[in-house]
Ligand binder design. Sequence first.
Ligand code: TPP
Ligand code: MG
Length: 796
Amino acid sequence: MRQDEFQHLKAIERRLLWLSCWTVHNANHLRPKGDGDVKVGGHQASCASMVSIMTVLYFRALRPVDRVAVKPHASPVFHAIQYLMGNQTREKLANFRGYGGAQSYPSRTKDIDDVDFSTGSVGLGVAITAFASLVQDYLAAKPWAEDRPMGRMIALVGDAELDEGNIYECLQEGWKHDLRNTWWIIDYNRQSLDGVVREGLWKRIEAIFGAFGWEVVRLKYGALQRAAFAEPGGARLRDWIDNCPNQLYSVLTYQGGAAWRARLMDEIGDQGAVTALLSRRSDDELAALMNNLGGQCIETLMQAFDAIDHDRPTAFLAYTIKGWGTPLAGHKDNHAGIMTKAQMAEFQASMGVAKGEEWEPMAAVEDPAALQAFLDAAPFFAAGHRRYAAAKHPAPGPIFLDDAELSTQAGFGKILDALARSDSQLADRIVTTSPDVTVSTNLGSWVNRRGLFARDELADTFRDERVPSAQKWRFSPQGQHIELGIAEMNLFLLLGAAGLSHSLFGERLIPIGTVYDPFVARGLDALNYACYQGARFLIVGTPSGVTLAPEGGAHQSIGSQLIGISQDGLAAFEPAYLDELSVILDWSFDYLQRDGEGEPDERTWLRDETGGSVYLRLTTRALEQPARRDDDAFRQDVIDGAYWWRKPGPNADIVIAYQGCVAPEAIEAAGRIGEDRRDIGVLAITSADRLNAGWTAAQRVRRRGLIGATSHVERLMAGLPSHCMLVTVTDGHPATLAWLGAVAGHRTVPLGVEHFGQTGTIDDLYRHFSINADAIVTAVHGLAPGRPIRNLGQLV
Ligand SMILES: Cc1ncc(C[n+]2csc(CCOP(=O)(O)OP(=O)(O)O)c2C)c(N)n1
Ligand SMILES: [Mg+2]
């Protein structure tokens, strides 16, 4: 170990400790009520336990190809590192947690300082590193991807964060895919938010990681401790440390040197070697010794990272002290704790930072020029900002199908099959994935043609043994389908990682995932996480709704349309017919790749230039298809979210608006009502999400003075007389379409599903939930003005 490098790292560690604590302190006292010791959320303690690890990582171990997910509450340390490197501004740091300031939790989309993975919802940042590594392997196996050195995907993990189940789902999936180049560095400070973690957790952690083929490196003792253990009496000290309960270690850490001495003398003092070992040290030195755990020791960390000479997944169990180096150290309540003004002043003095120099990058540094030269030479930062761009691959144009009767799910499978047969550039960039529902979501023919991905060839034994099967499951590096186990969190984490491929690795992928629609909810936080990071993917939720009749209530989605509406970064569609689906898929391939900064589109008021991910809600219900429509106006309307299936006349009393596979019910009802009413309209909605988003956006711009702004749905509704009644119907929650009545002030009856489904036929269930033609006609009969409707059918 070079002494000057060690000294520089020590100096950086000190700088990071100061700057991160100051950032948090400063943010705290920025608050309106903050003239006293008001606490608005601390994380000084969580930062302190990470400074040594992050110092050695960022200023020695990392290379520009490496990517790091920093645990959420170590955000100030990350920002401080980037500030030292000139990649973060003083203004943003001083405005940490403030509007437009550095983010409380590292954010790829909001922070300016080259965040690799956003974090915040604990557990997700950890697992995405494994999926990013899988994506890296996928790219490395493809002839079209540029040959680039393999990076390490690294997560800085809180020990309580390890309680999140998605981490274990990911471990199992990683094992199946021969995970490599992944490091998880566990900040084993033995504290969570509420208290101290259970005794002996480390044994379980080591056993679990070991079971999945990970190398586990335990960093328990720092160099000072190891040296003390070698002294006479040292073995007793070591035994005492090993047997000391976490709570007691924390208490003594908090109390400091004198308390350590009293306790140790009491328990292992021997008037001999141990007593002498303790007496040779002042109280401060004794506290430093007891605080010198592996994860707080630069030397130990340097050796540990240097020693890894393989690409096997590795977990470092780094023993640390929450609040290390601060007066908060060890206290069980320190998670949101923050140093008082008095403590901070004392801390500032002890760090040697002069008043007024708090933001000085080189404050209290002995040889600033030498340290600056060291920072300038840090390998990780040599490549500058590592946000890559990748060329777009043109969408090939809608692939239309000729089937007279088919479901949207089957249509989706056929379109993908057609893409698989094509030689389009885009098809080569598609990577599909599914959590054990590949075949039942109609991805089978795509997979048969394009194969499954694995780093090593794996034969299809059924095929080799000539046992007939519709599925050809050959795994190879060329394969384009990544088969996942059932865990839906993994699906969305993989879509998140693959959907960032252009930005992380400079290679564009078009990730497509399929999942049973109700189980979108099972991966919801990971879906939100992927969208929050700006990942680009297509998720197909199929089959959906009570239309999946005989499967029963456990498999029938009710609220997923509302997820589609409310999820930022995700455009949700629910086509009823194949021609709509073809147009939407083609548009999606382009939309996924957009990254413009443009203003909202003045036709729809949607921010389409920025692009995003897409969610398709499909069904297994086969519908008789209308004559194909593919003129420009139709295409535009389908993408904008709705078109008139039957345009209402000027005196329309009734409009039926539907979304999805209840189209035949809406159309039949319109026909029956039309026998007694004139001018009835049928509005075909392909995307309640986009209609709604355009409507609210147009209102916003009007409030800002652009009074002429009109959205697509407002134009559609504009001609309707005010007495016109709206009946909305969908196989999903009625709130999906109920808001349509507010667009131009029309009385609305929203039909949909609000309660768990049943087993039965589609007819049974549509009748049960009142979303069949009879229910629509009845709604009109009871409420709309005019004469009675004769053809009511069977009332429910
Ligand atoms: C999914 C989720 N649940 C809860 C939280 C709130 N939370 C933030 S940090 C934390 C405890 C973290 O403890 P640990 O992982 O040990 O990190 P430390 O603070 O000790 O460094 C909790 C519960 C969160 N951010 N995300
Ligand atoms: Mg902890």
